[in-house]
Design a protein around this ligand. Structure first.
Ligand code: GLU
Length: 175
């Protein structure tokens, strides 16, 4: 079973996320990753197939800094356990990132629809459709709707069948 951890606050998030993922290791997983809203206005994603120790080693002491982030340990259901399919997953703009526990049952149909609209997919996962659906929904949500990200996520999830828990961060709604 996968694990999800998130942090928003005043502290640097990566040590908190990595510690949270360490505590979830007992659940079993095949890959791990983190996404952080960095001070330079980008979302920095680091992920790796294999154990959390491998991800930490690949960071080489240089984890992205930032006070908002999400982390994930994956148990693959759709797509091989590899670096590309590991979570978090981004949208086309790189302005949001998603982690997901569970299965999007209608991902195939949603992916075809989103591809036809011009969305580019990089992984084999069912999860990636969530990032692109939220990207689309965010365009429809009014800027006066607060919190805007929550409204976009709720709108996107109306299209989704399955059982899931998700974590989402967005540069456009960093709270
Ligand atoms: N279905 C998703 C995937 O294969 C999430 C699996 C999980 O719950 O870790 O990436």
């Amino acid at each position: 079973m996968c694990g999800i951890v998130g942090y928003v606050g005043a502290r640097d998030s990566s040590p908190i996320l990595l510690d949270g993922l360490r505590r979830l290791e007992y659940r079993g997983y095949d890959s791990a990753g983190i996404a952080i809203c960095a001070p330079d206005g980008t979302i920095q994603i680091r992920k790796s197939e294999g154990k959390l120790a491998k991800l930490v080693e690949s960071l080489n002491g240089g984890a992205p800094r930032g006070t908002l982030g999400i982390g994930h340990t994956r148990w693959a259901t759709h797509g091989a356990p590899n670096d590309t399919n590991a979570h978090p997953h981004g949208d086309c703009t790189g302005r949001l990132a998603v982690v997901h526990n569970g299965i999007v049952e209608n991902y195939d149909e949603l992916r075809s629809e989103l591809r036809a609209q011009g969305h580019k997919f990089v992984s084999e996962t069912d999860t990636e459709v969530l990032a692109h659906l939220i990207e689309d929904a965010a365009k429809r949500v009014h800027s006066t709707d607060k919190p805007r990200l929550a409204a976009a996520v709720a709108d996107a999830l109306r299209r989704v069948r399955g059982t899931f828990a998700i974590g989402v961060i967005s540069l456009d709604d960093p709270g």
